[in-house]
Write a protein that binds this ligand. Structure first.
Ligand code: PGA
Length: 249
C-alpha cells in the first residue's frame, strides 16, 4: 500500500551560491498560487540552510540537509551534526546517498549510525538505496537493495518518521531511467522488506524514486504503484522545472 500524499524532495547537491536562493522564493510563490497535495522539501548545501529557512518561513516548502555526522559535536573538522542541521532550520536529512556511499566510502553501518543521529536531532531521514549498473546487468538488483535496507536501517526507526529513496546509481544524473516495470519491481520489494521489518508502520513509509526525474518523465514515474514521491537532483535547481514535477505528483 502506497503512502497517501506524495512527497517531492529536491537534492541540490554541491550546487548553489546565495544567488540561487531566488529559486526558493520562486518555488514558494509558485506553490502558493498552484496548490498541490504534495509535501515539498528542498535540501540545499548546508551553507544556505539558515538563509533558506528565513526565506521559507510561512511557506510550505520544508528544508533538509544532505548528510550529517553521527556525533552531536566534537573534533570532526569539516563535518556537520544532525543537531546543527536542525538548528539551521532543517527538518529532514538525506542519508546514504550513493555519492556519499561511493565517494566517501560510507558503509551501511555508517549510514545506520547517521540515521540514529538524525532521529536523536528529531530530523526525518530520507534513506537512499540503489544498485549500480553492473548489479542490474548481473540480475542482482533486488539482492543489493534488500541487503542495503537490512544493513542500513537501524531498529531505532521503529515508530519514527522516515522515508526511503530508491535511486539506481546508473540513473543518477545520466538522463537514463528504469522502465515503469523495473521501478515497480524494486519499490514492491522495498515495501515488502519494510513491512517484514516494521509491520504496519512499514506500509506507510514513503518510498521515493530518484534518478533523472524531469518534468517530461515525472508523471509516468509518479503513477507507478508504490512510488510515493521523488528525490530530484538536477531538475530541482530550477524552480520552474521543480514546480512542473511537483504538479505532476
Ligand atoms: P538527478 O539526481 O535527479 O540529477 O539524477 C538524483 C539524486 O542523486 O538524488
Amino acid at each position: 500500500m502506497a503512502a497517501t500524499s506524495p512527497f517531492i524532495a529536491g537534492n541540490w547537491k554541491m550546487h548553489g551560491l546565495t544567488a540561487r536562493l531566488d529559486q526558493l522564493r520562486i518555488l514558494a510563490d509558485g506553490l502558493a498560487s498552484h496548490p498541490t497535495a504534495a509535501r515539498v522539501a528542498v535540501c540545499p548545501p548546508a551553507t544556505l540552510l539558515a538563509q533558506a529557512a528565513h526565506i521559507l518561513v510561512g511557506t510550505r516548502v520544508e528544508l533538509g540537509g544532505q548528510d550529517c555526522h553521527g556525533e552531536a559535536s566534537g573534533a570532526f573538522t569539516g563535518d556537520i551534526s544532525a543537531e546543527m542541521l536542525a538548528d539551521a532550520g532543517a527538518r529532514l536529512v538525506i542519508l546514504g546517498h550513493s555519492e556519499r556511499r561511493m565517494l566517501h566510502g560510507e558503509s551501511d553501518s555508517v549510514v545506520a549510525s547517521k540515521i540514529v543521529a538524525s532521529l536523536r536531532a528529531k530530523l526525518e531521514p530520507i534513506i537512499c538505496v540503489g544498485e549500480q549498473g553492473d548489479d542490474r546487468r548481473a540480475g542482482r538488483t533486488l539482492r543489493v537493495v534488500e541487503g542495503q535496507l537490512a544493513a542500513s536501517l537501524p531498529d531505532r526507526l521503529a515508530g519514527a518518521r522516515f522515508h526511503i529513496a530508491y535511486e539506481p546509481v546508473w540513473a543518477i544524473g545520466s538522463g537514463l531511467t528504469p522502465t515503469s516495470e523495473e521501478i515497480a519491481e524494486v519499490h514492491d520489494a522495498i515495501r515488502r522488506a519494510l513491512i517484514a521489518r516494521f509491520g504496519e508502520q512499514g506500509a506507510h513509509v514513503h518510498i521515493l524514486y530518484g534518478g533523472s526525474v524531469k518534468p517530461e518523465n515525472a508523471a509516468e514515474i509518479l503513477k507507478v504503484a508504490e512510488v510515493g514521491g521523488a528525490l530530484v537532483g538536477g531538475a530541482s535547481l530550477t524552480a520552474s522545472d521543480f514546480i512542473q514535477i511537483i504538479a505532476a505528483a
